[in-house]
Write a protein that binds this ligand. Structure first.
Ligand SMILES: [Zn+2]
Ligand SMILES: [Zn+2]
Length: 397
């Protein structure tokens, strides 16, 4: 079997040139070198400079196709490994199939490259009149900041939100033409969105005045949207906030972003969650933390405190005899749920022993008496003062 038949079995013409060769760079060329080489070739071969030159046109396409692969890290890696087969499997049946073997769409890649190039030449793109060529455009993604309470983060919640923005016009199905008729290619610029004018030695390009750069005109503009294909519209959405969300959690609502232009798909809506601080509980991942005050007497004699739990209930916690401030106890399973399953955290109780204030005369008398007995039996801070004494003694010596 000759080389040619092997290639034809793989389903691509043998004549297809190596992409690196097409751009005139070496295999080890950097992204910057590839881009530079592409710009040079594309400028040289651009259809505007080579009218009625089918050879230049073919080369221009070839250069764009090569650049489309080599500028993309994944595609480039696939090409380096499988060559052209990476993008053309599936025809002969027996050949290797690269990751882009089926469904690779160079017609859309071409228009991307075209815009890329045009944008660079014309100084920016995007916005009305900036894109040069008109086609269906995906709507923008939207971000919506939502604050929820810790209780909502615990239980999950159903929230209704109002999203400002525009939607595809219902009267014209987003086409901008009355009755949903297809827009026509602009007769002034033949769909390019730009017109050229001779100005002395220079050819000046500017946005087409007829279509405003859209490349398409609408014969009978839709009355509802005045031909834009979009209408201002607030939307009300019901959003399911799952239990366990944290500050920074993103919820994606596919297709709920801004409406696409001229029949393009809508963008996505991302809800960014912020969980408000809570008056009682602090959160650390799935665990909750709660400082609970206990009286000096309870801490000394032992007792019981009632603590609130995030589910709205209460738990009794035993305070051991002689508890110091800062002592921690753990209530298993009284924390927050993990966002994607995986159990429930704990609640950590920290005791804060309170010094009594605003004492009555009687209370003062009792504490004075307490102090006297304490000094006789068990001087306060005995071990500390022992350390201080040896410190001072050491300094003398
Ligand atoms: Zn036009
Ligand atoms: Zn309309």
């Amino acid at each position: 079997m000759g080389l040619a038949s092997v290639f034809s079995q793989w389903g691509f013409p043998m004549a297809k040139r190596d992409f690196y060769e097409v751009l005139g760079v070496s295999k080890g060329a950097s992204a910057e070198e590839i881009k530079k080489a592409y710009r040079g070739k594309a400028k040289e071969l651009h259809p505007d400079r080579n009218q009625d030159n089918p050879q230049a046109e073919a080369q221009f396409k070839e250069v764009n196709e090569a650049y489309d692969v080599l500028k993309d890290g994944d595609k480039k890696a696939a090409y380096d490994r499988y060559g052209h087969a990476a993008f053309e499997g599936g025809m002969g049946g027996g050949g290797p199939r690269g990751p882009y073997g089926q469904g690779a769409d160079f017609s859309s890649a071409f228009s991307d490259v075209f815009e890329d190039l045009f944008g660079d030449f014309m100084g920016g793109r995007g916005g009305p009149g900036g894109g040069g060529r008109s086609r269906a455009t995906r709507g923008s993604d939207l971000r919506y900041n939502m604050r929820v309470t810790l209780e909502e983060a615990f239980k999950g919640a159903q929230k209704t939100i109002t999203v400002p923005g525009s939607a595809a016009c219902g009267s014209c199905n987003g086409t901008g033409a009355e009755g949903g008729a297809e827009p026509q290619t602009c007769p002034t610029c033949s769909g390019l969105g730009k017109v050229r004018a001779q100005n002395g030695f220079f050819t000046v390009e500017r946005t087409c005045p007829t279509c405003g750069g859209q490349g398409q005109v609408v014969k009978n503009p839709c009355r509802a949207c005045h031909g834009s294909g979009r209408i201002e519209k607030e939307r009300t959405l019901s959003v399911n906030i799952p239990a366990g969300v944290e500050t920074g959690t993103r919820i994606r609502l596919a297709g709920e972003g801004e409406a696409g232009m001229r029949g393009g798909p809508s963008g996505d809506l991302y809800i960014f969650i912020e969980v408000r601080d809570h008056a009682i509980f602090q959160r650390d991942g799935v665990n909750l933390f709660c400082r609970v005050p206990v009286s000096m007497v309870s801490a000394a004699l032992g007792g019981e405190v009632e603590v609130p739990t995030i589910d709205g209930g209460r738990s009794k916690v035993k305070v051991p005899v002689g508890s110091q401030s800062g002592r921690q106890m753990r209530l298993r399973g009284k924390g927050m749920p993990a966002l994607r399953g995986g159990g429930i955290g704990d609640m950590v109780i920290e005791l804060a022993v309170e010094t009594p204030v605003n004492l009555t005369t009687r209370q003062k008398e009792l504490l004075d008496e307490f102090q006297r007995i304490q000094a006789e039996n068990n001087p306060e801070g005995a071990s500390f003062f022992q350390k201080v004494k040896s410190f001072w003694d050491g300094m003398k010596g």
